[in-house]
Design a protein around this ligand. Structure first.
Ligand SMILES: Cc1cc2nc3c(=O)[nH]c(=O)nc-3n(C[C@H](O)[C@H](O)[C@H](O)COP(=O)(O)OP(=O)(O)OC[C@H]3O[C@@H](n4cnc5c(N)ncnc54)[C@H](O)[C@@H]3O)c2cc1C
Length: 602
């Protein structure tokens, strides 16, 4: 089966025409870079993703890793692929030259990494978790920890995990029970059980560095008493050489619906009372450290969801262009050849829906990555401050909207394939299963919704939401000056939706201020969905404005590409954005249907 990872023309459009990533090369950090170096990195990623990752995607799904009580075995292609990834330097794509990195802007680095997700999300998880782990140690580790762990992680000699979840503490991290007791040499004895830890055991690297959340004995209860620890599978000596096996045991593997090539482990720390950990950062600041890196991690999850949806869309499109079935309603002559199913309007409806979800999601996630670049590298203090605010409010949306809608794209891709889509002969069913995780891990959909409505929109007197509204308003004003009456109308519709959102937000925050907090937050998931749709409507209008400006000079396939963007924008504004009116009514009327439903009435 031909791997279908992305429409490269779309990726170029988003990077260079929408987000103007080339402009970053005027910043000191990226002065050695150019469009050529960005394209070269993307080409290399595409080649490795196609030749080393996509080639065993189905096999990794069918032959899950196995644990024999001592070690984990998996198909050998996983290691070959991870080795190719690490040799090409993608572990440190966005890192400084001094750390052995490519010093790429995060926007470009994320575009590269995205390709590995659409090729084979479960193999990509091993290096991606390692990158997240290294980011944390770089930000909060001591110089000694960086010397002993960071280099090895960035070279891929060590691999990493994030070990937060416990059986009784998934969404509710304040209920974590794993403990850390001070021991000799400033180290801690760690004791407890973690569950669902991705990449928690394997033989892909010399060592596995677990980043573990645990409570230092005697610390405050709740989230204020949680600290972060490095707990390696093998202890690392002062000179960086490998020491003895640490007391970390794999209690078993969890067998899953998707992401089946990634080991999901139950880990026991300190069964023999000898599990040594090193504190990262300050005591009791563990959750703050984790959340500091959440923006990037959650952009990664959102982008992962996009890419699984994107691959499904490309498979559905190729299938619809080939598969012949039925005739047009107006001409059912059985002597005439059957039509290709793409010629049925209803199939085009399903393809358009997928297109707006995945291309909208891609532009949204890369826009968020561009904000991270601004946050870390802009010369302007104001730009940095505004990027931080926009990221605060957009992060739950960037994580959740693609997890919901690009999964819907996967479902539609199956539908376009008819019965064949439901079989294991075609890749679309695996893409759906793999993507189903994204609304669950890294904070469930419900938890993201509470974060958005319960925290982000009200913080700093609503500064982030107001800034987002000003940004959207800027696009609306641009649309008003546009020659296209359609785009001018979409601008007004977007402005209307945004004003509705502002009013509803004020009412909900007001209810919260009056002490009706449970009631105000009861429909938070609907609020998240509505806000996500308005933000993606904005992203689509921006894409359409960029397309219309170039359409007159475009020829051949480029003309088709821009026309496709305009038609997709039309679909979003006619079919999708209007859904937010009803959602807004439910929210603004503070609908109590779910809130008042009693557990005993089910
Ligand atoms: C394949 C996979 C990989 C994972 N990888 C990792 C990993 O590498 N490291 C790691 O630490 N964890 C990992 N996890 C764990 C994951 O982060 C948790 O499953 C997730 O946080 C949810 O926790 P839970 O499963 O205990 O569900 P629960 O927290 O029990 O949630 C169940 C349901 O209740 C809802 N809910 C819970 N609390 C509230 C609330 N206060 N308000 C409203 N609704 C609520 C949730 O939204 C959800 O719908 C992974 C999970 C899976 C399935």
């Amino acid at each position: 089966m031909t791997p279908r990872l992305i429409n490269l023309r779309d990726l170029q459009f988003v990077l260079y025409e929408l987000l103007e990533v080339e402009a970053l090369t005027s910043r000191a950090r990226y002065v050695d870079h150019s469009r050529e170096t960005f394209d070269a990195a993307i080409d290399t990623a595409l080649k490795i993703a196609t030749e080393q990752f996509a080639t065993h995607n189905g096999e990794a799904d069918e032959h899950e890793p196995q644990f024999d009580g001592r070690s984990v075995r998996m198909i050998p292609q996983v290691k070959t692929a991870v080795d190719a990834f690490r040799r090409a330097g993608f572990m440190a794509a966005a890192k400084d030259y001094d750390s052995g990195g490519m010093q790429l802007p995060l926007t470009v680095a994320q575009a590269c990494l995205a390709l590995f997700n659409s090729a084979n999300v479960s193999t990509a998880a091993y290096p991606f978790l390692t990158i997240a782990n290294a980011n944390l140690i770089e930000a909060f580790g001591s110089e000694d920890q960086k010397r002993r762990y960071l280099k090895a992680l960035l070279e891929g000699r060590f691999m990493g995990t994030m070990a937060l979840t416990e059986p009784q503490a998934g969404s509710s991290l304040s209920d974590i029970k794993t403990t850390a007791t001070p021991a000799e040499n400033g180290r801690y004895l760690v004791s407890g059980n973690k569950i669902f830890i991705s990449a928690g055991d394997h033989e892909l690297a010399e060592n596995i560095v677990h980043l573990v959340l645990a409570r230092i004995r005697g610390g405050p209860p709740g989230v204020k008493g949680i600290s972060l620890f490095i707990v390696p599978k093998y202890l690392v000596n002062d000179d960086g050489t490998q020491g003895a096996r640490n007391d970390v045991a794999t209690a078993g593997l969890i067998h899953k619906m998707g992401y089946r090539g990634t080991t999901s482990t139950m880990l026991n720390f300190g069964e023999k009372g000898r599990c040594l950990g090193e504190l990262v950062g300050q005591p009791h600041q563990g959750l703050a450290c984790m959340f500091h890196m959440m923006n990037e991690a959650r952009i990664g999850v959102g982008l992962g969801a996009v890419m699984l949806g994107y691959s499904g869309y490309l498979h559905a499109l190729a299938y619809a262009r080939e598969r012949q079935q039925g005739r047009s309603p107006a001409g059912k002559d059985p002597l005439k050849p059957q039509l290709r199913i793409v010629e049925h309007a209803d199939v085009r409806r399903m393809l358009l829906a997928q297109k707006v979800y995945v291309e909208g999601g891609l532009a949204l996630c890369l826009y968020a990555a561009r904000l991270v670049d601004d946050l870390y590298t802009s010369d302007s203090e104001r730009t940095r401050r505004e990027a931080a605010l926009l990221l605060d409010i957009l992060t739950p949306i960037v994580k959740s909207w693609p997890s919901q809608y690009c999964l819907e794209a996967n479902s539609l891709a199956i539908q376009v394939h008819g019965g064949y889509g439901y079989t294991r002969e075609y890749p679309v069913e695996q893409l759906y299963r793999d993507n189903r995780l994204n609304a669950i891990h890294e904070g469930t959909h419900g938890i993201q919704a509470l974060d958005l409505l319960g925290r982000k929109v009200g913080m700093q007197d609503g500064a982030a939401l107001q800034l987002l509204m000003r940004e959207i308003d800027r696009t609306v004003r641009e649309a008003r000056k546009c020659e296209s009456p359609e785009l001018r109308r979409y601008g007004e519709e977007l402005a209307h939706a945004m004003h509705g959102l502002m009013e509803t937000t004020r009412n909900l925050l007001c209810a919260g201020d009056k002490g009706e907090i449970d009631f105000a937050l009861a429909n938070a998931a609907l609020y998240l969905e509505m806000t996500g749709h308005i933000v993606v409507g904005w992203i689509w209008l921006r894409q359409a404005l960029a397309a219309v400006a170039r359409l007159a000079d475009a020829h051949g396939t480029d003309g088709d590409f821009y026309q496709g963007k305009l038609q997709a924008c039309a679909y979003f504004f006619r079919w999708e954005l209007p859904k937010t009116r009803h959602q807004n009514d439910l929210l603004n009327n503070m609908d109590r249907t779910c809130y008042e439903m009693q557990p005993s009435w089910f």
